[in-house]
Design a protein around this ligand. Structure first.
Ligand code: 13P
Ligand code: SF4
Length: 360
């Protein structure tokens, strides 16, 4: 039987395979009432988020939190939550949290049958690349990324024609279709190492123009950059950050390297979302400015022992915010939306990710 089930980006493809719902079966939707039992069973989870979620909001979240945690066990599913997921997802239903690559690597070592990606589509694809035998679901396949959407596989082929023989590095914030066309992937924490590992005096780096410039500032390799940008991080300005510094010269400013170079230049530290969290946890600064997406400061603040004051010149990622508790519950009940990648394309895309992993 030929079934229309899968998506690469937003385009449906015919897989000839059974859908996840046909393989595992649909379950009844749990009761979502706020009851004394729900209150009792979720009280320990509310403790984790009470500094960032007002008590009047908890009765709306708690029934979903309980239903999701119960269904995860029944389905042998794990929820992978990126650091930008909202506090009720990150702290109350996630099994694995981290930056985009950590999530995919940890997922690959899990024994779960089903992975539910709390994050954006390219992250779900990376999970599928590293766990091809598992069912990978994304609660909303429209959760995109301005970087991933700025370039296609055909664009990479044109770049190769224009710059014959120049190796191509793709940031993990790209589609599987793009990963399949490049030589190696990188993350924001290993971009410099990857660029310098290629032994070439020129490297094509895509799709983030700002990450490319931030790497260029640290290497003699000539970087040919694509013109993509993260719509969240490109909005921060050096002037905003200098105002924080003027108010308190001892404040620690930490920025994601998707920010423009003049913003990174003002920061005390720049690194992936996981590296930013490590910085706060290990250095325990008295006051810190987190120059990144809004929910991350909430999540780090919820876990903090109170020694650090968080200042948040925050920009929301609208794509990350498409993932909600009700949609995660729908994924567990109806087993949608399944991430499928054409097997031949997946072999080539996986090789680009694996080459990066093997560098470590
Ligand atoms: P990280 O890999 O640092 O988590 O970044 C992903 C991302 O989308 C940042 O905007
Ligand atoms: Fe993409 Fe930026 Fe959102 Fe990260 S924060 S998912 S890079 S749009």
């Amino acid at each position: 039987m030929l079934i229309q089930s899968a998506t690469i980006g937003q385009a449906p493809i015919s897989t000839g395979l059974l859908t996840a719902a046909e393989r595992f079966g649909v379950l009844p939707m749990p009761n979502l009432a706020w009851t004394p039992e729900v209150e009792r069973e979720t009280a320990h989870l509310y403790e984790r988020v009470k500094s960032v979620i007002p008590s009047v909001e908890w009765p709306f979240h708690a029934p979903y939190v309980k239903a999701i945690n119960d269904l995860k066990k029944e389905r042998n599913a794990v929820i992978l939550a990126h650091n930008y997921q909202t506090p009720e997802i990150y702290n109350c239903v996630a099994d694995v949290v981290g930056d985009s690559l950590q999530l995919a690597k940890l997922a690959a070592s899990s024994t779960a049958d089903i992975l539910i990606q709390g994050g954006v589509h390219f992250m779900a694809e990376t999970s599928k690349l590293l766990s091809p035998e598992k069912t990978v679901l994304i609660p909303d396949s429209k959760a995109g990324c301005s970087l991933a959407e700025s370039i296609t596989g055909a664009d990479v082929r044109l770049l190769r024609q224009r710059y014959p023989g120049v190796p191509v590095v793709a940031y993990v914030n790209t589609s599987a279709e793009v990963k399949a066309e490049v030589d190696i992937c990188c993350t924001s924490s290993n971009a410099l190492q990857v660029v310098e590992s290629l032994g070439s005096d020129r490297v094509i780096f895509l799709p983030d123009q700002y990450l490319a410039k931030n790497v260029q500032a640290q290497t003699k390799v000539k970087i040919i950059a694509w013109h993509g940008a993260c719509e969240v991080h490109e909005r921060f300005t050096a002037a905003d950050l200098l105002r924080y510094r003027a108010d308190d010269p001892s404040v620690q400013i930490i920025a994601h390297p998707e920010c423009p170079p003049e913003v990174v230049a003002v920061a005390d530290f720049a690194g992936s979302t996981a590296a930013m969290i490590d910085f706060v946890k290990t250095k325990k600064p008295r006051r810190v400015v987190l120059v990144t997406e809004c929910s991350m400061a909430d999540n780090v603040a919820a876990e903090s022992d109170g020694t650090t004051e968080f200042l948040r010149p925050c920009n929301l990622c609208p794509h990350m915010k498409r993932i909600t508790l009700p949609k995660i519950l729908d994924s567990l009940v109806y087993l949608r939306e399944e991430v499928m990648i054409d097997p031949a394309l997946a072999v080539r895309a996986r090789a680009s990710v694996q080459r990066m992993i093997d560098l470590r």
